[in-house]
Design a protein around this ligand. Structure first.
Ligand code: ADE
Length: 353
């Protein structure tokens, strides 16, 4: 059951993390120009999360009629933390969308791979993440993989992009990697300091509040930038047609929800470092999909990066399996009574240094 929840979250994240950048780029390469709108779409689908929250509520009403049941369990402390993280996420979404607007998806993916180093450093500082030889090896291999890919970026500047636009896109994407590398351990810290029992139902509430505030942030940007007025015109002029424009918009909002739920679900089940590792492992998959769908080039470096990331991933999970055979304790935020109802495996091994 515990492993199943982690695997489900990995699956949900893979939908969001592979599909999200591709659909965002689809918008830009076929005539979409609105960066604020595009970043809005990363979190604007937040009402969808009300469906599982309400289902869980009705399920509890049926199965535990005697206990006190509520639609929302979140207390003010957690609400404020989720609102702060959500606002930071809104900022991150803008700088990420800025990068995707200017760079090929495969290049964005390789820059975002550097996020793992930021996650590891901030996880060490914020949540005292313990490292094993296997997790250090995984971070090292995944980072080398990103570095190998970076060797080839100069050859993939899109024709209509000026050099300065390309460089600004590159720098903004590095900024997004750094900021998101900070946000992931911040979510873990929030779980640890929640002062209320953590459960998966609460994780979904956090996701909703985070996305609500991130959407509020992007909405302000859209209003200032007159994006709302421009949408109908942009839809009419979209190269794939007006209907497909709205299909892209709706699908974008849905797919990105998978990304955020997967990320914070994995942090709940294990840690921000594992979340960062799963993101890094999925990046070459995004690369390959970009090559297939958008005919972006696939050179030897991408193949090497793919092999390195798989090696890093296998190394990490080999270490985990070895450790779980010895028996390891669950993450601190799961050491509460709620654990029985929402248990998850722990990736942090005691064999640390
Ligand atoms: N806003 C974002 N969306 C998806 N992946 C990201 N990585 C860093 N920032 C991101």
């Amino acid at each position: 059951m515990r492993k199943a929840l982690l695997l489900i979250n990995c699956f949900v994240l893979s939908i969001g993390h592979c599909g999200g950048p591709l659909i965002m780029r689809l918008y830009f390469i076929h005539g979409g120009k609105r960066v604020w709108f595009s970043s809005w779409l990363e979190t604007g689908g937040w009402p969808i999360i009300l469906v599982p929250i309400a289902s869980a509520y009705f399920h509890r009403s049926r199965t535990q009629p005697s206990s006190e049941n509520k639609l929302f369990f979140m207390k003010p402390r957690l609400f404020i933390a989720a609102a702060v993280i959500g606002t930071l996420t809104g900022l991150d979404d803008y700088i990420y969308a800025y990068g995707v607007a200017r760079l090929p998806v495969s290049t964005v993916a390789l820059i975002i791979a550097s996020q793992l180093v930021f996650t590891a450093v901030f996880a060490f500082v914020l949540v005292k993440q313990k490292f094993t030889s296997y997790s250090i090896n995984a971070v090292f291999l995944l980072t080398i993989g990103a570095g190998v890919l970076a060797l080839n970026t100069s050859s993939d500047r899109p024709e209509k992009e000026s050099k300065s636009e390309y460089i600004s896109g590159f720098l903004m994407t590095v900024g997004a990697a750094a900021l998101y590398g900070f946000i992931l351990p911040l979510v873990e810290l929030t779980y640890k300091k929640a002062k209320q029992e953590m459960s998966y139902a609460l994780v979904m509430e956090i996701q909703m509040v985070m996305c609500l505030f991130a959407t509020g942030f992007s909405t302000v940007g859209m209003v200032v930038n007159n994006d709302f007025k421009a949408i109908p015109r942009e839809a009419r002029e979209f190269e794939l047609g007006e209907t497909k424009y709205y299909v892209v918009v709706v699908m974008s909002a849905i797919i990105w929800q998978c990304f955020y739920l997967g990320v914070i679900g994995i942090i709940f089940c294990s840690s921000s470092l594992v979340s960062g590792i799963v993101i890094a492992v999925l990046l070459p998959v995004t690369e390959i999909l970009a090559v297939i769908f958008y005919k972006e080039s696939f050179h030897a470096e991408k193949g090497v990066a793919l092999a390195l990331s798989l090696w890093g991933f296998l190394s990490y999970f080999y270490g985990e399996i070895k450790q779980s055979k010895k028996g390891n304790p669950p993450p601190p935020h799961l050491l509460q009574s709620e654990m029985a109802s929402s248990p998850c495996p722990n990736p942090n091994s005691p064999q640390t240094f």
